[in-house]
Ligand binder design. Sequence first.
Ligand code: PMP
Length: 359
Amino acid sequence: MDSPAPHIRPDLDSLPAYVPGRDFPGAIKLASNETTLGPLPEVAAAVAEAVTTANRYPDNGARALVTALSEFLGVPPHHVAVGCGSVSLCQELVQLTCDEGDEVVFAWRSFEAYPIVTRVAGAVPVQVPLDADFGHDLPAMLDAITDRTRLVFVCNPNNPTGRSLGRAELEKFLDAVPAHVVVALDEAYFEYHRWADPAEGTDGVALARGRANVVVLRTFSKAYGLAGIRVGYAVADPAIVTALSKVHIPFSVSAPAQAAAIASLAASDALLARTDGVVAERDRVRTGLVEAGYTVPDSDANFVYLPLGERSSAYADAAAQAGLLLRPYGNDGVRVTVGDPHENDRFLAFAATAEVRTL
Ligand code: PMP
């Protein structure tokens, strides 16, 4: 007699697993918004040192890292939580806000993990189309909030389109969201944002001050170059920080990860100086693409977006043939991470060829 198959939630059948950027040896990887430069020597040394005590569990509360973040950000330590990448904090926020059937509102397209973590928690994703300029349509997001809404993700700058929000519209939105609905300002690409006028700055940590329902999410994966080591953080009201600690997978931020993040904060001047080079290259890549005839939305992140519609997957396949890994998004567009000047030259040369432009 056949033994019955183990029971697995049937609703997972229709849920796609998170699909990471492709990779193959020798390829130029412009698919995952990583940095091209590796960790600083002092960061690598801190990781090596932390590995020597890998027989012990890490500090579950990451107290030294929380203290370092609190000093770096100018917020009290009990407003800071860390997670195994900010993606785990996204998941934890859904878990701590939503019961089954509750709703999570976010723009679409945006970060691909939002619908996944929502559905895994048994909650319902409510996707609000981007506006014509590929940015968040905040009035429509406000309209999408119902009695069942528990959480809103605002991705600023938005992945994958790179568009960001102005201060006045963001503040107006935050003021209008009902106080019991948590708003997660996902600022994974914050460090690549440059404001012509500092008064226009949308630093979520400043915006969250005095707003008990606003959570800021940031990561060490992008500007700090630690994608492989998995650390992100949240800045929030202590009630949310306490709830995060309850849904957190114990010990999921390893000791080497905590050490790497502390050493990176200590070296933040050097690491943030690297972002200037990425920003200059981003603007060069965008200009090159526009000159080659592409439509390219302005980007405040370390990538640019090509709204190629139905041509998107053929375009990414042709790039892969040419040794360039890009990130296609269904029939919407292709995201291209800004690499180093040589990598960007390779991509621009690919993009400029006549056959490719008409793909
Ligand atoms: N938020 C956004 C908008 C992202 O693009 C990413 C990474 N792609 C994350 C969060 C998660 O980053 P990590 O888990 O590496 O910190």
